[in-house]
Design a protein around this ligand. Structure first.
Ligand SMILES: Cc1cc2nc3c(=O)[nH]c(=O)nc-3n(C[C@H](O)[C@H](O)[C@H](O)COP(=O)(O)OP(=O)(O)OC[C@H]3O[C@@H](n4cnc5c(N)ncnc54)[C@H](O)[C@@H]3O)c2cc1C
Length: 381
């Protein structure tokens, strides 16, 4: 048994840590949140440093790293600017991972090198106004028209859809529930595509959008995996789920750690009744619980990731990780506000930002309740 990162992983962690320290001062994180603006310049800097190729094979210009490498990257960035981790996630997970796992040879050659160089942005569109947790009920339709498909419908909460070049769009192409879904690589410059940003509580700057497809013509070659993958969409999505749950777990770990450090520092400095508030047992115990649960969450997440890298069955563990990390981080952020007292309730302190950001992690990528349903099934219930 060995709980240590490898030398390369420690180097990666240190490099990302130095990047966020140097490039993301607190004022910039606050400005991006207040202005609700997409962090274009920081994403480009991450690309320039090669981070967008973290999970792309060397053949296509990447580093060929695994899910643990990705988690290290997302966790470190999320400590400073969670929305930047999501912007990178749209490329790393919904670009590289989707194309690398499901794309045809031509699609890999066409997209992966550009994704690595930061020349292309992807978004992933599954959720619809009437199909959220019940994603298999999507109704956005793709109908064959010669060598093309015509796509009509609407998607909801699509992160980065307004700045993406390609939106991987889940459509209904046949009646059969699970075997009637096809993923199309839809170019956002296509006539009939529109994306309208939604104002969110947290992850501000993520450009989360409502998306409309009005008779968009897409060539059949743009089916993910090529024309022979018609109706393979659900199966293709399933291959992404472990990675998605682990990436979101690591985002939660990053925010949880930032919120814990913030509250801990405050508790050491703030004095009441002539003593630092951290010396009151009630506050000490809160911080101890926060630190312990975060440690437990981190072990669960990296254990699940280790199983994934070993090619072992790990649906139960990745779902537990997604559920537990997001709920623990939420609890830590909430207790952080309490530890800051009245100051925690003001916009001048960061405690509120951690809380606003963390809330979505138990919603997106399958809610806590849906993860529990999956775990229940794995337990034979
Ligand atoms: C900021 C943000 C970004 C997002 N980005 C993307 C994106 O890029 N691409 C994308 O496709 N989607 C995205 N989503 C959508 C996200 O995946 C969905 O919001 C999520 O799956 C839940 O769907 P819903 O919001 O329709 O809630 P609903 O499914 O309506 O759920 C409402 C409540 O009911 C509960 N519930 C539903 N069904 C069950 C059940 N069977 N058992 C127990 N409880 C249940 C849920 O847990 C939840 O608490 C994003 C969402 C947000 C908020």
């Amino acid at each position: 048994m060995d709980f240590r990162f490898t030398e390369e992983q420690n180097m990666l962690k240190e490099t990302v840590r130095r990047f966020v320290e140097a490039e993301i001062p607190r004022e910039l994180a606050v400005e991006i949140d207040e202005q609700d603006r997409f962090p274009h310049e920081l994403l480009q800097k991450l690309s320039d440093l090669g981070f967008m190729g973290i999970n792309v094979s060397e053949e296509y210009g990447g580093q060929g790293g695994d899910i643990i490498d990705q988690m290290i990257l997302f966790e470190e960035i999320s400590k400073k600017l969670p929305v930047l981790a999501w912007a990178a996630g749209n490329i790393i997970l919904y670009g590289n991972e989707i194309i690398g796992t499901n794309g045809s040879r031509e699609q890999k050659e066409k997209y992966l090198p550009k994704l690595v160089r930061g020349e292309l942005k992807f978004a992933y569109a599954l959720t619809e106004p009437n199909a959220g947790s019940d994603a298999v009920s999507i109704r956005t339709k793709a109908v064959a028209d010669g060598d093309y498909y015509l796509i009509n419908g609407s998607k909801m909460f699509i992160t980065g859809a307004g700045i993406a070049d390609i939106v991987v769009t889940n459509t209904r192409t046949a009646e059969s529930k699970f075997k009637g879904i096809t993923d199309f690589l839809v170019e956002t410059r296509s006539e009939g595509f529109s994306a309208t940003p939604i104002r969110d509580l947290g992850y501000r700057g993520s450009n989360t959008c409502e998306v409309h497809y009005d008779n968009i013509r897409v060539p059949k070659e743009n089916i993910l995996g090529g024309p022979e993958c018609l109706n393979h969409g659900w199966k293709q999505m399933m291959r992404l789920l472990n990675a998605e749950r682990l990436v979101l777990s690591s985002c939660a770990l990053g925010i949880g750690e930032a919120a814990l450090d913030y509250a801990l520092n405050y508790a050491k400095e703030r004095e009441q009744f002539g003593k630092p508030i951290g010396s009151f047992q009630a506050i000490t115990h809160m911080l101890v619980e926060m630190a312990t649960e975060l440690e437990a969450a981190r072990h669960l997440a990296y254990y699940a990731a280790w199983k994934e890298t070993q090619g072992m069955e790990c649906v139960k563990e990745t779902s537990m990780s997604k559920y537990y990390c997001s709920e623990v981080a939420k609890k830590i952020a909430l207790q952080g506000v309490q530890i800051l007292g009245g100051y925690g309730y003001t916009m001048e302190y960061d405690a509120q930002r951690f809380l606003r950001d963390v809330l979505v992690l138990s919603i997106g990528g399958g809610t806590t309740q849906i993860q529990k349903n999956i775990i229940g099934k794995q337990l034979g219930l």
